[in-house]
Design a protein around this ligand. Structure first.
Ligand code: KDG
Ligand code: MG
Length: 402
């Protein structure tokens, strides 16, 4: 079998998605997600101008060699654009391998390690009461775990809080919008949110929270310590992770479990945090961390240090990434949880899926490959629309981490 064509499909059914489709001379094809939120066209060019031409004529069964060719073979390695492009190729090739074998992807990985995959949903509101009402909606839908985010008094807009009752979509404008952040106001308010959630929903519900890189290590240590009594499932991205040593300080002060990694693209980004046991959950996922081929290595490294997976699953990761991640979750022995932010009906019309939700858990389905496909004709009706992620400033105007 030979690869005959590799084409990039860009569409915007409510938000931008980039999809790579790899065709073969035997009619079998595979698809991979290549979406990098707010930087979509950079990945399109990387694929079309540099990687896709080298795919033509190769044997699609040689997934490992093709991965090494594009990663090790390249002088310029790593980085979100390049690794997203490699991930798309890798995902499409695993899809082809599954279709050729007549097996769902999780079977190729070694078979399932669990009956069902626990996911967490998102609940957010402008204040604590509206947030509690949103948590109740998730609980009513059957979710056993909920990420809880809430507006902060005196802060005009807060990360993760949607506007006008719509689902949260951070890439909201043609050019980056600016929001204002106050660490002091946040730290004083947010423990009250978890106290209210525990009072209302008891101890059984898993609560998660995303700080979105806004704190310094000592501030993160304070927050972790203050919320210990509410037993969070995890505290996510409490500080940026370029300085991995900084996490030691947080770890020394709190037993609140820590999660990080959705912006990582390489096993080298995760290595120190994992080997020093500074985190509990690794969030790097298929589309941004080099596909199944590298993610397997990250998960195996993590397993040695009691670190479990908790893959990113926001709506800017296409249903192809979600479907592929669910196969991985079904297999991976050190699974923790999977993020689930539901795609809109418009998006789900463009992508057909075989994964199923029931009572807080997913199963990936038995369709050969990863089980997700794209309707190209419908996708063509939704042209690309530039949408950028916001930036953040402190109250005095200093540029801060978004
Ligand atoms: O592209 C950015 C989003 O995916 C991100 O803001 C969502 O932090 C996020 C999460 O945990 O889902
Ligand atoms: Mg996050």
């Amino acid at each position: 079998m030979k690869i005959t064509e590799a084409k990039v499909i860009v569409c915007c059914p409510g938000r931008n998605f980039v999809t790579l489709k790899i065709m073969t001379d035997e009619g079998v094809y595979g698809v991979g997600d290549a979406t990098l939120n707010g930087r979509e066209k950079a990945v399109v060019s990387f694929l079309e101008d540099y990687l896709c031409p080298s795919l033509i004529g190769r044997d699609p069964s040689q997934i490992e060699d093709i991965w090494q060719f594009f990663y090790r073979g390249a002088y310029w390695r790593r980085g979100p654009v390049g690794m997203t492009a490699i991930a798309a190729i890798d995902t499409a090739l695993w899809d082809i391998k599954g279709k050729v074998a007549g097996m769902p992807l999780y079977q190729l990985l070694g078979g399932r390690s669990r009956d069902k995959i626990m996911v967490y949903s998102h609940a957010n509101g402008n204040d604590i009461d509206t947030t509690l009402a949103e948590v109740a909606k998730s609980v009513d839908k059957g979710y056993k775990a909920v990420r809880v985010q809430c507006g902060i008094p005196g802060v005009a807009s807060t990360y993760g809080v949607s506007k006008g009752g719509k689902s949260y979509e951070p890439a909201d404008a043609d050019l980056p919008t600016e929001s204002v952040w106050s660490t002091e106001k946040y730290l004083n308010h947010v423990p009250k949110l978890f106290e209210a959630v525990r009072n209302e929903f008891g101890e059984d519900l898993h609560i998660l929270h995303d700080v979105h890189h806004r704190l310094t290590p000592i501030e993160a240590a304070r927050l972790g310590k203050e919320v210990e009594q509410y037993h969070l499932f995890w505290l996510e991205d409490c500080v940026p992770a370029e300085n991995q040593d900084a996490w030691k300080l947080i770890r020394q002060h709190t037993t609140t479990p820590l999660a990080v990694g959705e912006v990582f693209n390489s096993i080298h980004d995760c290595r120190e945090l994992i080997q020093n046991q500074l985190i509990d959950y690794i969030r790097s996922t298929v589309v941004h961390a080099g596909g199944i081929t590298q993610l397997r290595r990250i998960a195996d490294l993590a397993a040695l240090y009691h670190v479990r997976t908790g893959f990113h699953g926001a709506t800017d990761l296409s249903p192809i990434c979600m479907g592929t991640a669910l196969h991985f979750d079904y297999w991976v022995p050190n699974f923790g949880i999977q993020e689930h932010m539901a795609h809109s009906e418009e998006m789900m019309a463009v992508f057909s899926t075989s994964y199923e939700f029931k009572d807080g858990y997913f199963t990936p389905g038995e369709t050969p490959g990863h089980g997700v496909d794209i309707d190209e004709a419908l996708a063509a009706q939704y042209p690309y629309k530039r949408a950028c992620l916001p930036v953040n400033r402190l109250e005095d105007g200093t540029l801060w981490n978004w």
